[in-house]
Design a protein around this ligand. Structure first.
Ligand code: SF4
Ligand code: SF4
Length: 279
């Protein structure tokens, strides 16, 4: 069972929901897919004892046999190669690892070599797993591919997706059984919720809503959810106490038994999790 937690923008409480859900669910894994800025560890405080480098294959040019024909630069859709009369310039951070350049090089001057772009880190029991993109690297998709290898069959994986609706979010959502869309009752929240809802609908993934920072009037979100037949699974009130705890690295489920109970109720509403909530 894979549950994705996403939001159309950052700062809506996505990590609060994902990490809390992982804590109240039995035999779960918290998978931090926000590889540009993983932050679930701030709240779950795991001891990362295992790690694995994420590497991609990039071209290496043998100038001694290169004829400077230019074919590699012409086939590259990402401007990761430039051919001058006497040298091939490579820009490995732009490479998308498609392998096309080495296929078209008739001189056989291109080999592919490993290049590190980030790391996967996990605690000893595989409860907390995060991907982390190295500073300066622009493309985190290969890290998401490697992260999914760490999801163990038979366990419930809670995927904390990147914010927005980018390729990285689409990639995180693939193979998920259910999506929780976290939003807040503001015009910005509605705007981004519409994008996220359209995305999961297009991908055919059933979804429900967690409404964070709920106030007296939440009709801006409730009306949309009614129109779209999206159930509101949980409302988290706008609360100074929750915000203070959060800024101190404490999740609502860690601060109060009431919130542990309410998140347990949320988990019980998710497909396949009714029997998987901690007492
Ligand atoms: S395709 Fe091969 S031979 Fe031609 S410029 Fe590129 S590396 Fe050199
Ligand atoms: S592997 Fe693909 S993306 Fe990378 S340099 Fe070669 S053609 Fe460009």
């Amino acid at each position: 069972m894979r549950i994705a937690v996403l939001s159309g923008k950052g700062g809506t409480g996505k990590t609060t929901v994902a990490a809390s859900l992982a804590l109240v669910t039995t035999n779960s894994q918290y998978i931090d897919c926000d590889v540009e800025e993983p932050n679930g560890f701030l709240y779950l405080k795991p001891e990362f004892s295992r790690s694995s480098e994420v590497k991609v294959r990039v071209p290496l040019i043998d100038e001694s046999i290169c004829t400077h024909c230019g074919a590699c630069a012409r086939i590259c859709q990402f401007n990761a190669l430039a051919v001058t009369p006497n040298r091939v310039l490579t820009f490995p951070e732009l490479c998308h690892h498609c392998g096309a350049c080495s296929l078209v090089c008739e001189a056989g001057a291109i080999t592919e070599v490993d290049r590190r772009i980030g790391v996967i880190e996990a605690d000893a029991v595989g409860f907390a797993v995060q991907g982390r993109l190295d500073v300066g690297e622009p493309v985190g998709i290969p890290i998401l591919d490697d992260l999914k290898i760490w999801i163990e069959p038979g366990r419930t994986a809670i995927l904390d997706c990147p914010p927005g609706a980018s390729c990285a979010v689409v990639h995180s959502l693939e193979d998920c059984d259910f999506a929780i869309l976290v939003t807040e009752p503001t015009p910005f929240g509605l705007h981004d919720l519409k994008i996220a809802a359209e995305l999961v609908k297009t991908m055919g993934i059933p979804a429900g809503i967690v409404l964070n920072k709920a106030g007296k009037d939440n009709s801006i979100i409730e009306t949309f959810c009614t129109e779209q037949n999206l159930p509101i699974l949980l409302k988290i009130p706008y609360s100074r106490q929750i915000a203070t705890d959060y800024s101190n690295g404490i999740l609502p489920v860690q601060a109060s038994s009431e919130w542990a109970y309410l998140f347990g109720e949320l988990a019980a509403k998710l497909p396949g999790l009714a029997q998987g909530v901690k007492a």
